[in-house]
Design a protein around this ligand. Structure first.
Ligand SMILES: Cc1cc2nc3c(=O)[nH]c(=O)nc-3n(C[C@H](O)[C@H](O)[C@H](O)COP(=O)(O)OP(=O)(O)OC[C@H]3O[C@@H](n4cnc5c(N)ncnc54)[C@H](O)[C@@H]3O)c2cc1C
Length: 407
């Protein structure tokens, strides 16, 4: 593929991993990486965890250090958005009018925070968390402690920010639409484990509660108005999910449905155009349906698969979705196929109340997902068990004395 020009749109983890993989696989053509942010690619998980808490240096969030891009002849076009994609002429137009030819192109445009548009939404003091700058300005606000913070959203990011804000000694109230935090992702029983963790850390949970508007004085937020009350706030953090950045694909008439549709090789409906990461809704050969995952591992492994596919090598993406969280002294890893967990029975080994356990989603005799909480070095075994699709005995599965590999 000497002399070929590959363009990667999006400067996040999927983009960086694809560039690394292309070079790792020996691609010696042009790699042009167009990213809207001015930084070279960084990882986002620390932005609501160790970086927000002040426990990690800025350098540690970058996927690669500056020199790597020079050493590997990656042409970085940063601070530039791709505005138009012409899949017929194989041309990308940037926001400054520059036209860029591609032989193959990867869409890795990621996702953006879902924004609220209720009355008062544009007041100052309301924070979202997606970029490194968002994390830094939020940290500046919460680091001194002593503030009243209302977190809107009881999902992963909302709860991680809550833990960080409590760590600095702020007063935190969480509102969300669910009865129990994270119940949409984990079910009520496991969501309650997280609810209890936050209560023990003196967080006020107001669930379910929907936001009606923001109370604002002199342009600054002073409270969050729900159906039943006004919660006073010096700062509000909104974590109500993310939406895939599909505009470029949509305007190019690619197939888009909850993200850019791809096959299991990350190929979109247009020739020579691939997609990976948060923006891709990729067909998964095991669950036999499309899945869009907003996870760190999905950006890495999807980016790798897309790069291999761009090189016409085996690029089938059939990984088991994986993600993790850290809140206070709780660390968790989850692996599994969310579409298959509906209707599954959740069983445990270990101590649920003591928050040291492994949960398994058990469906039709086999394990379709697993989550280890404060139990380490088992995730690979959980993944092997899921991948094997073998029938397991429930008594053995829930017996912590039997290694997962021998269930
Ligand atoms: C605060 C936070 C905490 C998280 N924590 C976890 C966690 O604990 N565990 C976990 O598994 N996952 C976590 N995630 C999710 C994980 O970070 C994402 O899944 C991952 O960042 C997706 O990578 P990506 O490269 O697909 O997209 P992104 O990281 O969104 O990067 C896409 C990039 O493309 C750029 N872009 C968009 N449109 C254009 C365009 N037209 N032209 C040029 N550039 C464009 C964007 O500006 C952005 O820089 C977290 C996310 C956030 C925000």
């Amino acid at each position: 593929m000497t002399g070929q020009e590959f363009v990667i749109v999006g400067g996040g983890l999927a983009a960086a991993t694809a560039a690394e993989t292309l070079r790792g696989e020996g691609f010696d053509g042009v790699i042009r990486l167009v990213g809207a942010e001015t930084h070279h690619p960084y990882i986002r998980p620390p932005l609501s965890k160790e970086y927000l808490k002040g426990d990690a240096e800025r350098d540690t969030v970058f996927v690669q250090q500056d020199a790597w891009y020079d050493d590997n002849h990656i042409d970085l076009v940063l601070g530039r958005s791709a505005r138009e994609l012409d899949v017929g002429t194989h041309e990308l137009t940037l926001d400054d009018g520059q036209r860029v030819h591609y032989d193959r192109l990867l869409l890795a445009t990621g996702a953006s925070s879902r924004r609220l548009s209720v009355e008062g939404s544009d007041a100052s003091g309301i924070y979202y968390l997606r970029t490194i700058e968002d994390s830094e300005s939020l940290r500046e606000q919460i680091a001194a402690g002593g503030k009243r913070i209302v977190v809107v959203g009881s999902g992963w990011i909302g709860l991680e920010v809550t833990a960080a804000a409590r760590g600095y000694g702020n007063d935190v109230t969480v509102i969300g639409m669910e009865n129990v935090p994270l119940s949409a992702a984990l079910g009520e029983e496991l969501g309650a484990v997280f609810g209890q963790l936050h209560r023990e850390n003196k967080v006020t949970l107001r669930l379910p509660a929907g936001i009606r508007s923001f109370a604002v004085e002199n342009g600054r937020v002073t409270g969050v108005v729900t159906e039943s009350e006004t919660l006073p706030a010096d700062i509000v953090v909104v974590g109500v999910g993310a939406v895939p950045n599909i505009e470029l694909a949509q305007n190019a008439s690619l197939a888009v449905e909850n993200g850019v549709l791809t096959d299991e090789r990350m190929r979109t409906a247009a020739p020579d155009v691939f997609a990976a990461g948060d923006v891709a809704n990729a067909f998964h050969p095991v669950v036999e349906q499309h899945m869009r995952n907003e996870h760190w591992a999905n950006a890495i492994n999807g980016g790798k698969a897309a790069a291999r596919s761009m090189l016409d090598r085996d690029g089938v993406f059939d990984d088991i979705p994986y993600f993790y969280t850290d809140q206070y002294d709780l660390g968790m890893e989850y692996s599994g196929y969310p579409p298959l967990t509906r209707g599954a029975q959740v069983v445990y080994r270990g101590n649920l109340a003591g928050r040291e356990f492994v949960a398994f989603w058990h469906l039709d005799g086999r394990v379709v997902a697993g989550m280890n909480v404060n139990v380490w070095d088992v995730n690979e075994d959980v993944q092997s068990l899921i991948r094997s699709a073998r029938r397991v005995d429930l008594n053995r599965l829930t017996d912590a004395d039997i290694p997962i590999t021998e269930v």
